[in-house]
Design a protein around this ligand. Structure first.
Ligand code: TMP
Length: 254
């Protein structure tokens, strides 16, 4: 193991100092948590799959001009990313009701929403990521009104693009969570997409059967968590038909 400076450790990822200034290495763990860390386990191979899935989706978003932190994948569990100052707001984009919106507003899971709904949560483990409004975000200075407009516009573009991408492989994009950061590029400050996009932070249902292919399998003890993540990777065309190989990380997935 090389000795690298650990910058930050979250529930599912670790950030290390990168090889050049302005870069970081994002390491994907197999650890899974839910309900703000109350429920914990490991899902063998999850880190390897999320590294690949997030790489794939960030690259597709780069192709359509959505600026994001992804630079390149380094190995099975690590990717090189641009260092950003994370905006402490989780952006949740919902197309179909599931999860917390159902209990909060008394909506049956699976109900199509009248239109795409964006919600914001303040990133704070101590406070359990409370839902907040645009007013809180701008009044407390977590993001400026201009930054928030940009975040909203980018989130809707990401949603449109990902809905189409997933529909093409027989998956409905129910909802997902995004995070954004400030990238300091010389004189300029740019808001770019950060974090990851994977079955850990998306709800993905099979279009035909509505089978859940995401972290709800873990949150709700439905079993088959690894299989679901692998199925998403397989449909995205980033796993060989023959199987995933060694997801613990010793052999390469091509
Ligand atoms: P929710 O229904 O629990 O509010 O979750 C909405 C979406 O956001 C769902 O796809 C899961 C994702 N999410 C995260 O990625 N991290 C979180 O901490 C939470 C609460 C949700």
């Amino acid at each position: 193991m090389t000795r690298r400076r650990r910058i930050y450790e979250g529930k599912a990822k670790v950030l290390f100092e990168g090889p050049e200034p302005g870069t970081l290495v994002q390491y994907f763990k197999d650890d899974a948590t839910a309900f703000n860390g109350e429920k914990k386990s490991t899902i063998t191979g999850k880190g390897v799959l999320n590294n690949r899935i997030s790489e794939h989706l960030m690259n597709r978003l780069t192709e359509i001009g959505i600026q994001n932190h992804f630079i390149r994948r380094l190995n099975m569990r690590e990717q090189l990313i641009k260092e950003v100052e994370i905006i402490p707001v989780e952006v949740i984009v919902r197309n179909i009701a599931a999860g917390s919106i159902c209990s909060r507003l008394g909506i049956t899971e699976g109900t199509s929403l009248p239109r795409t709904i964006i919600e914001y949560c303040f990133k704070s483990d101590e406070l359990n990521d409370p839902i907040v409004s645009e007013e809180h975000i701008t009044a407390f200075g977590w993001a400026s009104p201009e930054e928030l407009d940009e975040i909203m516009a980018m989130s809707l573009r990401v949603n449109d693009f990902l809905c189409g991408l997933f529909i093409g492989i027989g998956i409905k994009l129910i909802d997902f969570k995004l995070e954004f950061g400030r990238f300091f590029d010389g004189e300029e400050i740019q808001v770019i997409l950060a974090d990851e996009i994977s079955p850990d932070n998306c709800r993905l249902w099979d279009s035909e059967t509505n089978e859940k292919l995401d972290k709800d399998r873990f949150r709700r003890d439905l079993g088959g968590v690894e299989d679901a993540y692998q199925e998403v990777a397989r449909r995205l065309g980033i796993l060989p038909e023959s199987g995933p190989g060694d997801l613990k990380g010793t052999t390469a997935i091509q």
